[in-house]
Design a protein around this ligand. Structure first.
Ligand SMILES: [Zn+2]
Length: 447
């Protein structure tokens, strides 16, 4: 009897010990907090530097962030956590009036968790990182002026900034056009080709923008006179025959041909397919080489007659009702059937192939964002990657895609945005807006 009571006590004791271990052990977990840098930049500046802290076990207890140079150490963040949270994201914000000297600094981050291990001190994680402190926004000076800018047209600017920029260029509306250095010997001189997109309002604010590797930004408004362009509005009556002959073949499906369905087919091709095709062209024409490959004016297809202009607005009617409106983003040029198409300038072929309503298409990169497009071709005689000279034949005109008669659809793009080709065809414009300015800066800076 006594023996069994003793046994019982032992059993209860063992059960108690196990229960205590199960309840208490987790508070002694040994998972240290994790510290991650959200961006891996080696620079820290006026833009807050983000870090992420995680703890797998009992949650975070405290966070301290120090930053220091040779002579100072500042406690920037001293945070105590209340509710056992497992994740936190903090911004290390260095104010401009900090006593730290620009240059090398050391960031020290100490995170502690709520574990009771190590005599209740918990797990501690310390991370140190060497950074370059830069609190000075990049300088930005216009070396050339814009003066007149035509709606739907192109612009050019040369500017001076810092040499180690993360990004710089021109902002207009929601559009950004990147600038390039490397053309001038001085690496702090950049040039940028940009567009005044045809779909923006006139009088949009234009500015130069630069951001350095520490995230310090500078914006400089650029003065210019906008010139309104007159675009043609036209109405096109769509007949069944056009939809059946030109649009149905562009779609994969074979559908019955009631009037309602034909209207739907029209919209699928003219609206949806056009949007997809324009997006694809935008994607191709956005990645340009960082050198200027072109020389002097761009060529208009020889002996050609202009059939349609840039940014003509077309309203499409079926039975006296407008069912769609679209802009024509290039020039239609016609000569004779299967006329050889010359490259408008020196460049590299970056695309050859079929693009829906544009049909067989060649796209040539002329550098620093400027590209030309040749569409509705009956045949293509170049391939991707070919380096071609001004006047070299890229293919023959035709009526592939959504073309009624044999013609060339010619487009000029600046960083993915379609622009008026007329300026690029004009030697006077090229000389006054681009070449003279480059020459002037070269002589001013003794290049
Ligand atoms: Zn066209």
């Amino acid at each position: 009897m006594f023996k069994s009571i003793k046994q019982l006590f032992t059993l209860i004791l063992i059960a108690l010990v196990i229960a205590v271990i199960i309840i208490v052990l987790p508070v002694f977990e040994w998972n240290s907090p994790e510290i991650n840098f959200v961006n891996q930049s080696e620079y820290i500046g006026l833009k807050p530097y983000e870090i992420e802290i995680k703890d797998k076990g009992r949650g975070l207890n405290s966070l301290k962030v120090y930053i220091g140079d040779d002579s100072n150490e500042l406690l920037l963040i001293d945070k105590k956590y209340e509710n056992n949270i497992n994740n936190d994201r903090v911004e290390i914000d260095i104010k401009k009036n900090s006593p730290l000297k620009e240059g090398k600094v050391k960031l020290k981050i100490i995170a502690q968790d709520n574990s009771r291990i190590k005599f209740f001190r918990g797990n501690k994680m310390t991370v140190e990182k060497e950074l370059v402190l830069d609190l000075t926004p990049p300088k930005l000076n216009e070396l050339s002026t814009v003066q007149y800018l035509q709606h739907g047209g192109s612009g050019f600017l040369v500017y001076k900034s810092s040499k180690d920029l993360e990004k710089s260029g021109v902002n207009i509306g929601d559009y950004f056009f990147p600038g390039y250095n490397g053309y001038f010997k001085d690496p702090s001189i950049y040039m940028v080709f940009f567009a005044y997109p045809y779909d923006l309002d006139t009088n949009e604010e234009l500015s130069l923008y630069a951001v350095d590797k520490a995230g310090n930004e500078r914006t400089l408004p650029v003065f210019y006179h906008p010139i309104n362009a007159r675009y043609k509005d036209s109405t096109i009556n769509i007949n069944e025959m056009f939809i059946k002959r030109k649009m149905l073949p562009l779609l994969d499906d074979d559908v019955s041909q009631s009037e309602e369905i034909l209207k739907e087919i029209f919209l699928r091709v003219n609206k949806e397919m056009r949007t997809q095709n324009n997006n694809k062209i935008n994607e191709i024409t956005t990645n340009s080489t960082d050198k200027i490959l072109w020389k002097d004016r761009f060529l208009q297809l020889s002996n050609s007659k202009v059939e349609a202009n840039f940014a003509d607005k077309r309203s499409y009617m079926v039975n006296d009702k407008i069912i769609d409106e679209q802009y024509h983003l290039g020039y239609d040029l016609s000569v004779t059937k299967r006329y050889p198409v010359e490259s408008a300038n020196n460049g590299i072929v970056v695309f050859t192939g079929d693009i829906g309503i544009y049909g067989n298409t060649v796209i040539v990169d002329h550098g620093m964002g400027v590209m030309t497009l040749y569409s509705h071709l009956s045949s293509i005689s170049v391939k991707d990657g070919d380096e071609i000279k001004k006047g070299e034949i890229v293919g023959k005109t035709g009526l592939t895609g959504l073309a009624v008669g044999d013609h060339l659809h010619f487009g000029v793009y600046v960083h993915g945005v379609p622009v008026r080709p007329l300026e690029w065809w004009d030697q006077k414009w090229i000389r006054e807006k681009v070449l003279n300015r480059i020459e002037q800066i070269k002589s001013e800076y003794g290049e």
